[in-house]
Design a protein around this ligand. Structure first.
Ligand code: WT7
Length: 651
């Protein structure tokens, strides 16, 4: 009873934007939101054409949308250059000498690039790529630290029609070679190293290791960031700065088809092999442009800061393409949030007068733990809007964010979306939507979101089901690179012509969407997706491992932590050394983000069904509660559960 009252109370905390914020906002009333939303759903062609016309098209479209489920074409036959829209367009609209990127390196070095300077750098690097044999449609892998050159490399690829695939700098050599192979990349852009928590990440060294396995790369362009000593392979490796000196700073942006591939970004699925999510040009740009404009209520005088890494989709859409298409000034920071301490972000907000701050719940929880004295000691009064992304935000973190960072004054946009959706799908509009801690609230324009039950019926309020999108949207993924069958099977298999997101959710009586979490075997570690199967296949690749099962457990900071259960082969002995060795092994295979927090070696093996399937559900329950309550009639041997319980109690 008291529990019900408690949750009722939490849901009733409603925060409306201040009159002052609403007055200046693009969408300033719920009536305006509803009118625009209705039009975007009922007349999508009209709505999206109007938005798209704010961008520059070298050739107009015939049709706004051609939909043969599950394949969409947006702005058919139109031609545009995505880079021209993000950069060149601002040279003639009054923003030429405006700061495009204000950058701070982890050691404290600072740079500012105006749109004019950004244009010169991007043109130069486009010429470098072309001089090094990179052509339209070639796949280029980017493995860079968070320096402006990461964005410049992405923009230059877009400018010449090459397809970039950014790999997060925290991923390992093996992850790089897998992605090179899957994408068939012919060029790599990297740096000697990058700074992270005061240490140098050996980026070029990791690329070298990856290139031993994959031979298809003809050119590797290396940006000098840390002055690390690196090996340069003759005929394959060249320095960014030497190449840049050989070319001019002029480059004409050619128009590409609206459906020309823009990038591939790999993300985890429920099998061991990451999926190459393919995004194309026109629709993606319109989606990121429009969502940035309305959801972050972008204004010409904003200093926008998205703290994500360009290696994730958030960095693609809300560091590179969305904000630059809107011509705002943005902050880019190279390093860790806790270097030298957890006050670093607030120093940056104060120093540059950040107005809009977009981060992840996991970071907020880390800030709470680090203590209020850190934000309290800084002037955060420049902030006007806050955002979160990556996982459901716990109400405690939401309230702290609102009070401590936003001084109870800044609206919070809790934005739900995915690598696949390309841009934000469910989110408050900051000038009108009443917000509640823990809900991403209402669908963005053009997003026909719903919760369906197994039969495909719409769930009633407060009834849990599958989160789906019933209509195509401009920035949707077009396919999984090289695997149409997997594309159909993963996203379009549950209901005819309807996109399944893989998240469980419910709506409340006001239509707000509450995202519960993944329905598949996908973990959300610090706001990033990791397949349990991916970690398991890394573990079983170790010579001593016979079998492995990986599950998530609630984690105070990371949202979910990784727990692995491993059975060893014949002679191998369970020991703290073996645990350490296996953790290092996973780090090497995938990256530190996939490193299990704990590894158990169950003496009587893993819980299995009679047909030999590992029952992960039981492991999950055991690590979370120490008990097993669900149906265990299919379990082969219950003594396995008892011995697991003992093992878990010991730790
Ligand atoms: C998954 C997508 C989109 C950029 C970051 C992650 C979860 C994302 C929210 C949110 C609740 C969220 C979902 C989703 N998620 N944002 N605001 N509230 N859950 O991108 O790696 O593609 O992961 O992250 O489970 O499916 P991603």
């Amino acid at each position: 009873m008291s529990k019900n009252i408690e949750s009722h109370l939490i849901e009733d905390r409603v925060f409306k934007p201040s009159k002052e914020f609403s007055k200046k906002a693009r969408v300033s009333s719920m009536a305006q939101y509803r009118r625009m939303y209705k039009e975007s759903i009922e007349k999508p062609s009209l709505f999206w054409a109007r938005e798209a016309k704010e961008l520059h098209w070298q050739k107009p479209w015939k049709k706004v949308l051609e939909w043969k489920a599950p394949f969409a074409k947006w702005f058919t036959e139109a031609k545009l250059n995505v880079c021209e829209n993000c950069v060149d367009r601002h040279l003639s609209n009054g923003r030429k000498n405006k700061a495009a990127i204000i950058w701070e390196g982890e050691p404290g070095d600072k740079r500012v690039l105006t749109y004019h300077q950004l244009h010169r750098e991007v043109c130069r690097f486009s010429n470098v790529l072309e001089a090094n044999g990179v052509k339209a449609r070639d796949r280029v892998l980017i493995y860079m630290p968070m320096v402006p050159e990461a964005a410049i490399a992405m923009l230059a690829c877009a400018r010449i029609g090459a397809v970039h695939s950014v790999v997060f700098g925290g991923f390992s050599a093996e992850s790089i070679s897998d992605r090179l192979e899957d994408s068939g990349a012919t060029a790599v852009i990297t740096a000697d190293g990058g700074y992270r928590r005061g240490k140098v990440v050996p980026l070029k060294k990791n690329v070298d290791d990856a290139l031993k396995k994959y031979q298809g790369v003809k050119r590797c362009i290396v940006y000098q960031r840390t002055n690390e000593k690196v090996t340069m392979k003759r005929g394959r490796d060249v320095w960014w700065h030497t190449e840049a000196k050989k070319v001019s700073a002029d480059h004409t942006p050619k128009g590409f088809d609206s459906e020309h591939p823009l990038f591939i970004l790999y993300t985890s699925g429920s099998t061991g092999k990451p999926k190459g999510i393919l995004h194309t040009s026109g629709g993606y740009l319109v989606g990121t442009y429009t969502s940035s404009k309305y959801i972050f209520d972008m204004r010409n005088d904003d200093i926008f800061w998205c703290t994500a890494d360009v290696g994730w989709v958030t960095g693609h859409s809300y560091i590179v393409f969305g904000p630059l298409a809107n011509g705002v000034t943005q902050v880019m920071y190279e390093g860790a949030p806790n270097y030298p301490d957890f006050g670093r972000f607030w120093d940056i907000v104060e120093e540059y007068g950040v107005t809009t701050f977009y981060t992840a719940p996991t970071a907020i929880r880390a800030f709470i733990k680090a203590g209020d004295h850190l934000p309290d000691a800084r002037d955060l009064s420049s902030l006007r809007l806050l955002g979160t992304v990556g996982e459901p935000i716990n109400p405690e973190a939401w309230m702290w964010y609102r009070e401590k960072i936003g001084s109870g004054r800044c609206p919070i946009v809790d934005t739900w979306w995915q690598t696949e959706t390309g841009s934000i799908m469910i989110s408050p509009l900051p000038g009108c939507t009443p917000t509640k801690p823990g809900t991403a609230t209402l669908p963005f324009f053009g997003v026909d979101a719903a919760i369906l039950d197994e039969e495909g019926n719409e769930c009633k309020a407060d009834e849990g089901g599958k989160l789906v999108i019933r209509k195509p949207w401009p920035s949707m993924l077009r396919t999984i690179y090289g695997d149409k069958a997997r594309y159909r099977k993963t996203y379009w298999n549950d209901y005819e012509g309807i996109y399944t997101a893989g998240d469980g959710a419910r709506t409340d009586k006001n239509g707000n969407f509450w995202i519960v979490g993944r329905l598949d075997d996908v973990l959300n570690v610090s706001g990033h997706r990791l397949g349990t199967a991916e970690v398991e296949s890394a573990l079983v690749a170790h010579k001593d491992v016979a079998e492995a099962a990986v599950v998530g457990r609630p984690h105070e900071i990371k949202g979910q932590g990784i727990v692995a259960f491993v059975t060893l082969k014949g002679q191998a002995k369970a020991s703290p050394a073996a645990e350490k060795d296996l953790k290092a092994h996973v780090t090497k295979a995938i990256g530190a983000i996939a490193r299990p927090d704990e590894i158990y070696f169950p003496p009587d093996g893993l819980p299995k069904t009679r047909s030999g399937k590992i029952m992960r559900r039981i492991l999950k329950e055991l690590v979370a509660t120490g008990k097993v309550t669900g149906n265990v009639t299919t379990l082969e041997d219950f003594t396995v559960v008892r011995s697991l319980q003992k093992l878990l109690q010991k730790k």
